[in-house]
Ligand binder design. Structure first.
Ligand code: GAR
Length: 218
């Protein structure tokens, strides 16, 4: 089967990257991660990639005069690595419209909230502060506006009475690890496309909005 070459961009721990790496072990998973890029040389995600035998590259944003120059280096590295799709997995840089435009319909992100609620950082603290009872995570196509863009799939996660930011984050992260590999599988196999700014679904077996159950496997 054709394995679509994918680049994954990380800034930190890389547990979502790990979920993607693990998914790629399955012979019928239509993805090969060809490159992991980090803007931080100490990102643990780089270690995960290296351990999995994936090429890694550090492109430090601090080494560039502006966002355009950093994004141009990112783009060049992704193209040189042979990737056709890009996954942002805890990549904590705002990307320029020029870069995003080059990967329109080919770049997805995972965000730890049910968008459009709680964009930006501190999503779990905000969920607790506002008192929502259902929180979750979202995979979306990347557009120039941060944490926006057509929604591919969401998982809803309960907020429990004694939750702390850490306990809630851990529960949401588990759901992230379920839906991100699933969304990438759809994208890589051509069952998920972006047409005229809207998500085009050629999949019906699973609802886009999933009430998280740790036992569910996609
Ligand atoms: C994840 O919770 C991801 O959703 C979030 O950063 C974390 C990275 O964890 N991303 C964002 O907040 C992007 N707006 P990981 O490095 O263990 O995958």
């Amino acid at each position: 089967m054709k394995k679509t070459p994918v680049a994954v961009l990380v800034s930190g721990n890389g547990s979502n990257l790990q979920a993607l790496i693990d998914a790629c072990i399955a012979p019928d998973y239509p993805v090969k991660i060809v490159l992991v890029i980090s803007n931080k040389e100490d990102a643990y995600g780089l270690k995960r990639a290296a351990e999995a035998g994936i090429a890694i590259q550090v492109i430090r944003h601090k080494d560039f005069p502006d966002r355009e120059a950093f994004d141009a280096a990112l783009h060049a590295a992704i193209v040189a690595g042979g990737a056709e799709l890009v996954c942002l997995a805890g990549f904590m840089r705002i990307l320029t419209a020029g870069f995003v435009g080059k990967w329109e319909g080919k770049m997805i992100n995972i965000h730890p909230s049910l968008l459009p609620s709680f964009k930006g950082m501190h999503t779990h603290a905000e969920a607790l502060a506002t008192g929502v009872k259902i929180h979750g995570c979202t995979v979306h196509f990347v557009v120039p506006e941060m944490d926006s863009g057509p929604i591919v799939i969401q998982a809803a996660v309960p907020v429990l009475p004694d939750d702390t930011e850490a306990s809630l984050a851990a529960r949401v992260l588990k759901a992230e690890h379920q839906i991100y590999p699933y969304a990438l599988r759809l994208l890589a196999s051509g069952k998920l496309t972006l047409k005229n700014g809207r998500v085009n679904k050629q999949f019906q077996a699973v609802q886009e909005y999933i009430l998280f159950n740790p036992d569910v496997r996609f």
